[in-house]
Design a protein around this ligand. Structure first.
Ligand code: COA
Length: 197
């Protein structure tokens, strides 16, 4: 009897993932009405779409609905109420759109993590990322947290807020909780950064 080699098991990252954002038709002259607020349950689907589209480009960690529902109170979002877009039928429509998100996750008495910061590509370099960081910094201070940290690929962005690179061995063990669930566990390319408030 001939031995037939079984096909290789597909790696999770090879599974088909959505890699495109909804095409937004912004005009530089348009006045945008963007509101920053705490996320609600109804926002979960759009937050997942934003995060996982970046995750498919290997820029962020993917997240699932269970994580989002369990941690929804960590999230701040930015919404634009009138966004001109091309719909799936290629017609022009105006929709409300969740254009940015970020989350502040408390880990211990003195430390919280900034996670899942994502700005829709058509809304980057408008100061939204900075506004979300400032909002989360304020929330951390009000909670009595004195230190923030993040794992990121965009070191320079976080440097602009005073975050500094920190060797992994100097971070408290509590920050590693997420790593065992991370698809990058064996080949992590992210930098650990901290900010004292
Ligand atoms: C990184 C990111 C959050 C920045 O958000 P943003 O709203 O564009 O940032 P801001 O407009 O507040 O930028 C403020 C300044 O930070 C710096 N900056 C912005 N994006 C940067 C990046 N990707 N790398 C390095 N520096 C960056 C610039 O100096 C910028 O000023 P400028 O617009 O005059 O050039 C956004 O590009 C993003 O969502 N990227 C994809 C997902 C991601 O990498 N998330 C990071 C956390 S894991």
């Amino acid at each position: 009897m001939d031995y037939i080699e079984p096909p290789p098991t597909p790696k999770p990252e090879e599974k088909k993932r959505k890699e495109k954002f909804l095409k937004v038709l912004l005009n530089d002259k348009d006045e945008r009405e963007i509101v920053i607020q705490k996320a609600q349950i109804r926002d979960v689907e759009e937050i997942l779409e934003l995060i996982n589209t970046f995750a498919a480009m290997n820029l962020m960690l993917p997240r699932g609905p269970q994580y989002l529902y369990e941690n929804i109170r960590d999230f701040v979002i930015a919404c634009d109420s009138n966004v001109p877009v091309y719909s799936v039928t290629e017609t022009r429509e105006v929709l409300p759109l969740l254009v940015a998100c970020g989350s502040l996750h408390v880990l211990w008495e003195d430390i919280a993590e900034i996670r899942a910061l994502a700005i829709h590509p058509d809304y980057q370099h408008l100061g939204l990322g900075s506004k979300l960081i400032e909002t989360m910094k304020e929330e951390a201070k009000q909670l009595g947290i004195h230190r923030l940290y993040t794992f990121t690929l965009t070191e320079d962005f976080f440097k602009t807020f005073g975050f500094r690179r920190q060797d992994r061995s100097e971070l408290p063990p509590k920050v590693w909780g997420e790593c065992s669930r991370c698809p990058k566990y064996f080949h992590c390319d992210e930098v650990g950064m901290v900010l004292d408030l």
